[in-house]
Design a protein around this ligand. Sequence first.
Ligand SMILES: [Zn+2]
Length: 364
Amino acid sequence: MNIKELFIKLLKFKSITPNDDNAFQFIKNYLNQFERIEINKNGVKNLFLYKKFGDGEHLCFAGHIDVVPAGDGWNSNPFEPVIKEDGTIIARGTQDMKSGVTASLFAMKNATFNGTLSILLTSDEEGEAKYGTLEVLKHLKKINFLPDYAIVAEPTCETEFGDAIKIGRRGSINGIIELFGKQGHAAYPKKSINPIHQIASILPKIAGKNLDNGDNYFAPSKFVITDIRAGMEVTNVTPGYLKLMFNVRNNTLTDKNSIKNFVDTHFKNLDYKLTLSESSKPFVTNPSSKIVKLITSAIEETTSIKPKLSTAGGTSDARFFGEFGIKTIEFGVINDTIHAPNEYTKLEYVEQLSEIFQKVINSF
Ligand SMILES: [Zn+2]
C-alpha cells in the first residue's frame, strides 16, 4: 500500500469524535508487527502501538483519528476524498489530522530504530479530551513506559509547508471576580455601595494588561476580560453585586499564583472573591534538545525551508505530553482550513511529512 492509498483509506473512515469507525482495527492490521495497548474508557478508544528495536531512547508519534463533524458548505462528500490533478485532496481530516497520522504510520511501517518506537492515537481530541491521550499517558507512567520524546503530527505550518514547528504551547487559566456591594436607590448613593463605581477606576489598570514581558518563545501573558455584568437594567437602582470573567493564555512566566497576586493588588480594599481554574498548563521544549534539532534539519533538508519555532495557537494534546515531562514538538501540514468546509491538503505535503519523520527516525 503506498502512502496515497493509506491516506485515502484513513480519510474514508467517518471517525467523528469519539467514534473511530473501525479505523483502529485497520491501523492495528497495518502495523501488525507492533505490540499494542488498548485503553477504552467512556466511549473513547485509545490505541498505543510500540516496538522495542534496541535499548536506546523511546520516541513516540502521536495524534488523533477523530475529526469534527463535516458541517455545511461542502462541494463534495467530506468522507469521499476528491483528488485533483495538482495533488490537492479534499476531505474532512486532510489537515486535522489524518495527514499527520498517515505520515507517521507510513514512516513507522518499515522502520528500523535503535530504541523503542511507538504511536499513541486517540479518538477524542476534538471533544472533551478527558479519556484520550491523558489516560494512555497515565497508564504508561504506571508501567514505567513513558516515552522520552514525542512528535505530535498536528498541522503547524502557516503559509508554506515546512515553515513552522511548535515547541510548546501556552496554558489557559480562567477566572471569575465577584464584587460585593450594597444595593440601593440611585438618588441616595451615600446609603449604598455601588460595585460598578468601585471597579471603574480599576478597569484601566487590568483590562488587556500584560502580566509578564514574555520571552524568546512566548508572547506576554495577557489579562483578557470576557464578561462584566451587574445591575438589573433599570436606572433607579444601583446593584449590590458585580461579576467579571476573564481568561489568561499564560506562558511559563505566569501561573495561577501570579494571577492571584495581580488581582489582589488591584482589589485589595474591596469585598471580593476570586475563583481561578487552570484548563491547561504551558510547556516548552528546549530548542537545543535533540528532537528540535533533528526535526529542524530534516525539514530543511526536505523542503529547503528553515522552520520557525512557535508556541502560538490554542491547546492541543501536546500539552499532556509536556505535563509528563516528555520532550515534545508538533509538526504537520499547512493549517488553513481545519474544521472548515472543503478542508484540503496536498499529497506532496503528506509524502514530504512522512519523509521528514523517516529521517528523524533514522538519525535519532
Ligand atoms: Zn487536531
